[in-house]
Design a protein around this ligand. Structure first.
Ligand SMILES: [Mg+2]
Length: 235
């Protein structure tokens, strides 16, 4: 296999799952009301509030007041609903948090050196995550290892389709202009790996602390272990 491109998931692959749930989501929850009120003139804030109200009207025939709109958004954070309006607001709130130094993103220690070595070797690197492209760029810009965004040639999110749908991987292949056999996909979730494998992409499951090895998957504990698997593979 002439490996040319490595596509990576974020949560559970390059970043510990608790970072999003213990740092990012609580921060957006804490800041949401103040942020919306203090950025009332921001067009993204306005369109996100309108979209939230439109969804409430369509789904529950409810006309939300300003306070109720914020409550609905908080409820969506609590129930992990991936509504575009919430994602857009969270993107703005997280940008403020990163830029003000409120937190840096948590990336596993093996990630930067291995990705830098792969890029040095001529491999292209891309990210495919259910977090928005905007959120991905922030996450990799503000790491405790500095700005990692220059490592990646592409960022993909659910605009490509769901991560458990084979079609999404075909759309990504079309965008990067490579054959499935040129690409390796790394994720912690077996259903995502199976969807990628269904279109012919090679896969390895990352089994970080807290993840269980899925039956039938090639597995690696970290990116150093992935590197050893790649090097041992006949080209
Ligand atoms: Mg994951």
């Amino acid at each position: 296999m002439p490996l040319r491109y490595i596509l990576l998931d974020i949560e559970g692959t390059v970043s510990p799952i608790p970072f999003v749930h213990k740092v990012l989501f609580p921060y957006s929850r804490r800041r949401l009301k103040d942020f919306v009120q203090s950025h009332a003139g921001d067009p993204t804030v306005q369109s996100s509030l309108s979209a939230t109200q439109a969804t409430a009207l369509a789904e529950d025939q409810q006309v939300l007041t300003a306070d109720e709109t914020i409550d609905r958004l908080l409820h969506w954070i609590d129930t992990d609903r991936k509504h575009p309006a919430l994602k857009a607001l969270q993107g703005l709130i997280w940008r403020e948090g990163y830029e003000s130094g409120e937190f840096t993103s948590d990336i596993y220690a093996d990630v930067y050196p291995v990705l830098a070595a792969w890029k040095e070797r001529g491999l292209q690197l891309g990210i495919y995550s259910s977090g928005s492209v905007q959120a991905q760029l922030l996450l990799f810009k503000y790491t405790d290892r500095g700005d990692m965004t220059p490592l990646f040639s592409h960022h993909f999110d659910t605009a490509m389709g769901g991560k458990r749908e084979a079609g999404a991987y075909n759309r990504i292949l079309a965008q990067i202009g490579l054959a499935a056999s040129d690409v390796l996909f790394l994720s912690d979730i077996a259903a995502e790996l199976e969807a990628a494998a269904a279109v012919g992409i090679e896969t390895i499951q990352l089994v970080r602390p807290g993840t269980s090895a899925a039956p039938g998957q090639r597995t690696a504990a970290d990116l150093d272990a992935v590197d050893k698997l790649i090097l041992s593979q006949p080209c």
